[in-house]
Design a binder for this molecule. Structure first.
Ligand SMILES: Nc1ncnc2c1ncn2[C@@H]1O[C@H](COP(=O)(O)OP(=O)(O)OP(=O)(O)O)[C@@H](O)[C@H]1O
Ligand SMILES: [Mg+2]
Length: 265
């Protein structure tokens, strides 16, 4: 299987008033085409920085970030992004918010085609009938569904999700996890999810990467070899409980609360 994203020996420091702040240090990570990779790690270790490097919004001091084998040297149109705060534009209807990326990426696409594509996705996520509403008229979970549609409307090569479910209540969050599996089976895509929720990572991902504390490097990789959509009950089976315990132990190490020599991954 070919890798869609390859991050090789990447280091990066921010220049701050008090000097350079090293954030990533020799980070390695690869995501095969069509796979779902979850990245977990302590707060402030550099996860959002990593998403900006993949989107081509920033470039590393050292090492390479490659998409389809090509080093990223400019912002990528073939990336879709969704964040904890859906940032929908209040002066646009839900339909027009979802269409927005197509106006930028496919300006020649006829209006009717853009609408058709956006309506198709909105119906897939259960927002049929809300196309003409404004963002403030929707609940938080509905806004996040609309935001997911907007990030997928232009059929990106890669979907980058930076804690998109973090602000939602537990039930809505589980609904959206299941929706992610449904969206993937309807229209396969490659995804990189940043999350603080280990259950979310085990339920959604094919591969969970644990980053160390800042400056971050890859500390641990867990492969979750389960095909297709998963029933939510899988989180309670013996295998998942074991995976969650392994990840929890790795996070403790990343936070410097546990000695790596005591861990048996
Ligand atoms: N533009 C910037 N200039 C200077 N420092 C920055 C900048 N952006 C981020 N940082 C610092 O870099 C470090 C990593 O930030 P980043 O946002 O990548 O962390 P994170 O892992 O996403 O954190 P969280 O889990 O809290 O979202 C933090 O210490 C942050 O303060
Ligand atoms: Mg972040």
């Amino acid at each position: 299987m070919t890798n869609l994203i390859e991050i090789e020996d990447v280091s990066h420091a921010y220049q701050t008033a008090s000097g350079p702040l090293p954030v990533l240090d020799g980070l390695n990570l690869s995501v095969p085409e069509g796979k779902f990779c979850a990245v977990v790690g302590p707060s402030g270790c550099g996860k959002s920085t990593l998403t900006r490097l993949i989107a081509g919004l920033m470039f590393p001091d050292r090492g390479e970030v490659r998409l389809h084998g090509e080093v990223i040297r400019s912002p990528r149109k073939s990336v879709g992004m969704a964040f904890q705060n859906p940032v929908l534009l209040e002066w646009r209807t839900i339909l027009n918010n979802v269409i927005l990326p197509l106006e930028i990426v496919a300006p020649r696409m006829p209006r009717a085609k853009r609408e058709e594509r956006a309506r198709e996705l909105l119906s897939l996520v259960g927002l049929e009938g809300f196309e003409d509403k404004r963002p403030s008229e929707l609940s938080g979970g509905m806004r996040q569904r609309a935001s997911l549609c907007r990030s997928l409307v232009h059929k990106p090569d890669i979907l980058i999700l930076d804690e998109p479910f973090g602000a939602l209540d537990a039930f809505t969050r589980e609904d959206l996890w299941q929706l992610m599996h449904q969206l993937r089976s309807e229209e396969p895509f490659t995804a990189l999810l940043i999350t603080h929720d280990l259950r979310e990572s085990v339920y959604l991902a094919d591969q969970v990467v644990v980053l160390s504390g800042r400056p971050a490097r890859t500390q641990f990789v867990l492969d979750i070899d389960l095909p297709g959509p998963r029933p939510i009950e899988m989180l309670y089976n013996t295998q998942s409980v074991e995976w969650l315990a392994q990840l929890r132990a790795q996070i403790e190490i990343a936070q410097g609360r546990s000695d790596p020599r005591n861990s048996t991954p």
